[in-house]
Design a protein around this ligand. Structure first.
Ligand code: AMP
Ligand code: ZN
Length: 115
């Protein structure tokens, strides 16, 4: 685990977070700066910097991120109304933490296209 990675440190319990879900592969927390009534970050426990750094061996992680999203959305009460999953990848997309994560945004109507 890179000791300078914010999300690795949160997963290791070195920094506080608001936990939503934890299992063998996935860790989900509330975003510290929510952009919607529900804003959850679904993290892979394994440190992968971004989608661009995924390899074939990480296929299962991607599946688990989305399976966890479906489960969390039901528990949070946003599955019916709908929600948006966002994976910012690289500088142009505005990725600020280089540890694979899916944003789950819900609880309000969202416009398209995103900014
Ligand atoms: P991104 O810009 O896509 O890399 O997303 C990083 C997200 O992490 C942003 O939405 C931040 O608000 C969020 N964030 C930064 N620090 C923390 C923290 N300590 N706990 C929870 N969320 C955080
Ligand atoms: Zn990390």
């Amino acid at each position: 685990m890179p000791s300078d990675c914010l999300f690795c440190r949160i997963i290791a319990g070195e920094l506080p977070s608001s936990l939503v879900h934890s299992d063998d592969s996935i860790f989900a927390i509330r975003d510290i700066s929510p952009q919607a009534p529900t804003h959850i970050l679904i993290l892979s426990r394994k440190h992968v910097a971004s989608v661009s750094d995924l390899s074939g061996a990480d296929e299962a992680i991607v599946g688990k991120l989305f399976a966890a999203a479906a489960e969390i959305a039901k528990r949070e009460g946003i599955a019916k109304g709908g929600y948006r999953l966002v994976v910012n990848t690289g500088r142009d997309a505005g990725q600020t933490v280089d540890h694979l994560h899916v944003h789950m945004l819900g609880g309000r109507h969202m416009s398209w296209p995103p900014g």
